[in-house]
Design a protein around this ligand. Structure first.
Ligand code: NI
Length: 139
C-alpha cells in the first residue's frame, strides 16, 4: 500500500453562526469567525489517496486524473466563493473546517472509486495554526 498526497489551495469567505442565535451568542461560541459581514481564509487542502502501484505506469493514481476531479468537484466550486451562500455541498451546514473536510470527502469519494482509487485522508488547513484531518466516517 502506498500513499500519495495532492495539495490544492483556495480562498473563500464564510461565517460561522447559527441563525437562531443572537450575534452576541454567536460571537461567544464562534469568536471572530462569526463576524456578520463575513471574512475569508486562504485554505490549503491536502487530499491523500492510497492504493497499490500499477505495474504498467508505476503510479498509484495518475495525478492528472486526480487533479481534474478535485478541480471540477471542489476547487471550481469553492475558490473565491462564499462557503455559506455559494457552495451546493455546504448548504445548511455550519462552515467549520471540520464540516468542510467531511463534505469534501463525501464529494470526492464516489468519483475516486470510479478510477479505482481509495481516499485515505482529507486535511484542511484553515490558518497557520489550525488544521483538521478526516479519515472517513469509520476511522
Ligand atoms: Ni473563519
Amino acid at each position: 500500500m502506498i500513499y500519495l498526497t495532492r495539495r490544492e489551495r483556495f480562498n473563500a469567505a464564510h461565517r460561522l453562526f447559527k441563525k437562531e442565535w443572537s450575534d452576541e451568542k454567536n460571537f461567544t461560541v464562534f469568536g471572530k469567525c462569526s463576524n456578520p459581514n463575513w471574512h475569508g481564509h486562504n485554505y490549503v487542502l491536502f487530499i491523500t489517496v492510497k492504493g497499490e502501484i500499477d505495474e504498467e505506469t508505476g503510479f498509484v493514481i495518475n495525478l492528472k486524473d486526480l487533479s481534474k476531479i478535485v478541480r471540477a468537484k471542489i476547487i471550481d466550486k469553492v475558490d473565491h466563493r462564499n462557503l455559506n451562500l455559494d457552495v451546493d455541498f455546504m448548504k445548511g451546514k455550519i462552515t467549520s473546517a471540520e464540516n468542510i473536510a467531511i463534505a469534501i470527502w463525501e464529494e470526492l469519494e464516489k468519483d475516486l472509486v470510479a478510477i479505482k482509487c481509495e481516499l485515505h485522508c482529507i486535511k484542511l488547513v484553515e490558518t497557520e495554526n489550525n488544521s483538521i484531518e478526516y479519515y472517513g466516517k469509520n476511522n
